[in-house]
Design a protein around this ligand. Structure first.
Ligand SMILES: NC(=O)c1ccc[n+]([C@@H]2O[C@H](COP(=O)([O-])OP(=O)(O)OC[C@H]3O[C@@H](n4cnc5c(N)ncnc54)[C@H](O)[C@@H]3O)[C@@H](O)[C@H]2O)c1
Length: 276
């Protein structure tokens, strides 16, 4: 398989101030990319920037809330003005909410849909005209293993991640005869700040979820490496971790039985939700 050369490519990474986004930025930098780093967290962005700085490559930072349509509409021109062109867009910024659907506030649902779904949609929509001007370009959308199935206690989060998966899959065909490819990324549990910054009402559930991620989560740098390898190989899907691969297979093999097993497991453990 011929690998794409990422040297001197311009890559935009949203949610680059932390976790998987920072690891993607660092791995793209090690391949020689110029970077445009996007986030709402200014100090985290600066930390990422200083970790990737190279004299011979540009790295710009852009404060932007991906759920803000007006800001996202202006972002591609701002980045193109700084870098000349855009080759790679990684729609990575994401947030999480943990509560049973009946207890979910509408405000929390709007927050998670705004960032995880509208944020990805705005990214794809507003950057596409710029990406189409490149010789080859790649959109990378962060879904989740919860894009494969609806997770109890994570209904709204799962809904956004299934939506992101569907958007990527539709674009596989719609953009098939163009210069733009699309990668759908499905991480399992990754050891990042996502759970710490998520809106989980029950403090006990929160502690359990953090403990689980710290103990069993994949290292974010590994996730970043696999995603960048997926860009080099022009993969349509990148699954990260045994939990993601197993749930993908089990859900397809047992479309409803899978949920019966989840119901049993939740009842037995007497838990009200799991992360992420
Ligand atoms: N950590 C996991 O276990 C896991 C599993 C599956 C999928 N994911 C997905 O991976 C992506 C990255 O998550 P992570 O685990 O690195 O989390 P993280 O919390 O470490 O990083 C998320 C980043 O997104 C930024 N962000 C949040 N809201 C934003 C907004 N409105 N506009 C711009 N930036 C915003 C945050 O400031 C942060 O820097 C997310 O889309 C998440 O849903 C994570």
């Amino acid at each position: 398989m011929t690998k794409r050369n990422l040297d001197e490519r311009v890559a935009v990474v949203t949610g680059a101030a932390s976790g998987i986004g920072r690891a993607i930025a660092q791995n793209l930098a090690s391949k020689g990319c110029h970077l445009a780093l996007v986030d709402v967290d200014e100090s985290g962005l600066e930390e990422t920037r200083s970790s990737v700085a190279r004299d011979d490559r540009r790295c710009t930072t852009h404060i932007a809330d991906v759920s803000d349509k007006v800001r996202m509409q202006a972002l591609p021109d701002e980045i193109a003005a700084a870098h000349g062109q855009v080759h790679i867009l990684v729609n990575n910024a994401g947030v999480s909410v943990g509560s049973m659907f009946a207890d979910h506030s509408i405000e929390d649902a709007e927050w998670v849909v705004g960032v995880n779904l509208w944020g990805v949609l705005y990214g794809c929509k507003f950057f596409l005209p710029h990406l189409k001007q490149a010789d080859w370009a790649q959109i990378v959308n962060l879904s989740s293993l919860f894009g494969f199935f609806g997770m109890p206690g994570q209904a709204c989060y799962s809904m956004t991640k299934a939506g992101v998966k569907a958007l990527s899959e539709a674009l596989w065909t719609e953009l098939a005869n163009t210069n733009v490819s699309v990668t759908s990324v499905h991480p399992g549990l990754i050891r990042t700040a996502l759970i710490r910054s998520s809106r989980i009402e029950d403090p006990e559930e929160r502690e359990k979820a953090i403990e689980m991620a710290d103990k069993y989560g994949t290292d974010p740098d590994k996730a970043g490496r696999l995603i960048v390898r997926g860009i080099e190989r022009n993969q349509r899907r990148v699954l990260i971790g045994g939990d993601a691969r197993a749930s993908d297979w089990l859900k397809r093999a047992f479309p409803t039985g899978f949920h019966g097993a989840l119901t049993f497991a939740f009842k037995k453990a007497n838990v009200t939700g799991m992360q992420p």
